[in-house]
Design a protein around this ligand. Structure first.
Ligand SMILES: Cc1ncc(COP(=O)(O)O)c(C=O)c1O
Length: 399
């Protein structure tokens, strides 16, 4: 790994890539092979693959204690968890959701047969605020689906107050938020429910997976009965059932990941601090700190690229980094309101979400997690620093 000095050193201009192997954008924390093998042997010995087995039960009990909630309902992934909540609550109607989120947040609302109404977010926190919710508010809205981003969170108190003033519930997509906390209280028990993702790109990973947290006994009973065709727990009438079960193999990996969570978070925090140092003097690059929490899992490392000061647009920087085998992402380009099918289905939002549009054009997510070392981060910082210095000359390789 040698430092770039001139334009010719950049891979887009014919130089060697900074990394010989791809540096993926996030996480991929694996348990040790020995622990994995022992866990799988255990499952094989028991001949119990899925259907609410002993590992699933153990995981849910541990998650309830971890989050400090009455119910943690493990599911196949966060998207199905969001679909299940929306469907459990309403047969039809509109749900207010930010346009600045992963497309799955809004798609879950649509999949449940409901209609998303898109609102904007705050430019500095990237989260919804009472003002941004109010600007998009419609009288027939049934609920608010808030999104907690980057290991940070909305200002829960003010959002709860707003929802109560309108007489509707609020629930949260907390796919990014496991382990983050505010005033010593972990995400998981805010609003009517919160949904977490255990996807491989998350700081707690079970390959695929997720869980729904709620303190509402009736909602929990509905969700446990909806999670598969034959239900679970107290029997209640449900609008529809699905298959959102988590397998024993997923539960085993989630349990190991939960054992390692403090270590993963500490590692991410160290990596984030290294990025802060590596990028501190790059003009036009601003590290986005997770807002609304006082302890963050640092699951995502997001920067804002100011094209005029940095010299290259965010998109060009992403292309330049990819050639160096640094896989950065343009989160959440192009914005959910501009994606299929919403851009044509609801064109009224195309000129309303100005902050979302601005964020979608300038934010970049840089690699963090298991496969990134502190030395890698120094090298990534070096590439970005030298790219800024030669931005003008690099333009022609990035058209
Ligand atoms: C904000 C947000 N919500 C939901 C999801 C979907 O999670 P899953 O892949 O577990 O369905 C993601 C995935 O990254 C996400 O970023």
């Amino acid at each position: 790994m040698t430092e770039k000095r001139s334009v010719a050193d950049f891979a887009v201009a014919g130089g060697s890539p900074q990394f010989s192997k791809i540096i993926p954008v996030g996480q991929l924390y694996f348990p040790s092979w020995d622990r994995y093998e022992a866990a799988m042997r255990d499952i094989f010995n028991r001949r119990y693959y899925t259907n609410h087995g002993p590992l699933l039960e153990r995981l849910e009990a541990r998650l309830e204690a971890f989050f400090g909630v009455r119910h943690a309902i493990a599911v196949t992934n966060a998207t199905i968890g969001l679909i299940m909540i929306a469907k459990a609550l309403f047969r039809s109607g509109k749900i207010l959701v930010p346009g600045f989120t992963f497309v799955g947040t809004a798609q879950a609302i649509s999949f449940a047969g409901l209609d998303p109404v898109f609102c904007d977010v705050d430019a500095s926190t990237h989260h919804v605020t009472p003002e941004s919710l109010d600007r998009a508010f419609e009288p027939d809205l049934r609920a608010i689906l808030g999104v907690n981003l980057w290991g940070g969170a909305v200002d829960f108190g003010s959002i709860q107050h707003f929802a109560e003033s309108k007489g509707i519930p609020v629930f949260y997509d907390s796919a990014h938020g496991i382990g983050s906390s505010i005033g010593g209280r972990r995400l998981g028990s805010f609003g009517l429910a919160e949904v977490f993702s255990f996807h491989a790109t998350k700081v707690l990973g079970s390959t695929e997976g997720g869980c729904i947290c709620t303190n509402d006994d009736d909602l929990a009973a509905l969700l446990r009965n909806m999670r598969c065709g034959y239900g679970m727990g107290r029997i209640v009438e449900v609008p529809v059932t699905t298959n959102g079960r988590m397998s024993e193999a997923q539960a085993a990996i989630a349990l190991m990941s939960l054992d390692d969570l403090d270590e993963h978070i500490a590692r991410n925090q160290a990596l984030a601090a290294r990025y802060a140092a590596a990028l501190s003097e790059v003009p036009g690059i601003e590290l986005c700190e997770p807002s609304g929490v006082d302890f963050s899992n640092r699951q995502y490392l997001v920067c804002a690229v100011d094209e005029d000061t940095f010299g290259l647009s965010r998109d060009r920087l992403a292309r330049l980094l990819k050639a160096e085998n640094i896989y950065a992402r343009r989160y959440f380009f192009p914005g959910v309101h501009r994606s299929v099918p919403y851009a044509t289905q609801y064109p009224q939002y195309l000129d309303r979400l100005t902050t979302t549009d601005a964020l979608c054009s300038k934010l970049i997510q840089l690699p963090i997690g298991a496969l990134v070392t502190e030395e890698d981060i120094d090298a990534i910082g070096g590439v970005i620093r030298v790219a800024s210095r030669h931005a003008h000359a690099l333009q022609r390789y990035l058209t």
